[in-house]
Write a protein that binds this ligand. Structure first.
Ligand SMILES: Nc1ncnc2c1ncn2[C@@H]1O[C@H](COP(=O)(O)OP(=O)(O)O)[C@@H](O)[C@H]1O
Ligand SMILES: Nc1ncnc2c1ncn2[C@H]1C[C@H](O)[C@@H](COP(=O)(O)O)O1
Length: 204
């Protein structure tokens, strides 16, 4: 079984993926952030580094897709390949931070890869308003993320909303995390588990 957690920067994906992997004994797959060779430079100069970063994330996410397919285990994945293309790359192109020819070039590679990608059995979307995202990004305290603008987060949030509204590839669970503290409050984590269990029952 393949479960994926999706959502904007700082929504709580990595934290929830870690907690769910322990709770259900699923194998967790995380994003390549700490050893990412472009992320720091990207936030310093988005226009210069956007193409290199997108290709890096695409390759890294496709490697995960391959591993999930080959492992035969129950896996929970922190963010999907769809988000790289439909949210981040598309947004950078719209903001003119990724040139038209680079975006076209990127999309042609993504389209080829897409044929080998299966949608997760369950997609869990953590929806949060921008102030929540800002608070949680600052709580995490990665230096290179300190300059992320409200405008960038809002644009990504709009893209997430549109993408989720049109998502038909598989089962979808939307969790509004603005008023949930699943890190500190056991009852909030319990509420999320109840909602996931209800979806999992429908899968078997
Ligand atoms: N619902 C929540 N309530 C309180 N703190 C949260 C919540 N979700 C995430 N956090 C905190 O916010 C920070 C960012 O969360 P993280 O899981 O790294 O987000 P993401 O992986 O979506 O970018 C972490 O310090 C985490 O502990
Ligand atoms: N495809 C991407 N393009 C640009 N930036 C990306 C992409 N995928 C992830 N990121 C960034 C956003 C954050 O700064 C880090 C980690 O993501 P997070 O949502 O905090 O787990 O990578």
């Amino acid at each position: 079984m393949h479960i994926a957690v999706t959502g904007n920067i700082g929504a709580g994906k990595t934290t929830l993926t870690t907690m769910l992997s322990k709770h259900y004994n699923w194998e967790a797959q995380f994003e390549d952030v700490d050893h990412n060779p472009y992320l720091d430079d990207f936030y310093g100069d988005m226009s210069k580094w956007s193409f290199a970063l997108q290709i890096y994330f695409l390759g890294s996410r496709f490697r995960q897709v391959k591993e999930i397919r080959e492992s035969g285990k129950n896996v929970i994945q922190d963010r999907t390949i769809y988000e790289d293309a439909h949210i981040f790359a598309e947004n950078l192109a719209e903001m003119n931070l990724l040139s038209e020819r680079d975006f076209k070039n990127y999309l042609s590679v993504f389209q080829l890869m897409k044929d080998f990608v299966s949608a997760p059995d369950l997609l869990i979307y953590l929806r949060a308003d921008v102030p929540t995202l800002v608070r949680q990004i600052s709580k995490r305290g990665r230096e290179y993320e300190a300059g992320i603008s409200i405008d960038y987060l809002s644009k990504l949030n709009n893209k997430y909303q549109n993408w989720i509204e049109s998502y038909k590839e598989g089962k979808l669970l939307v969790i509004d995390v603005d008023n949930l503290d699943f890190v500190e409050k056991q009852e909030d984590f319990g509420y999320i588990l109840e909602r996931i269990d209800a979806e999992l029952n429908g899968l078997f």
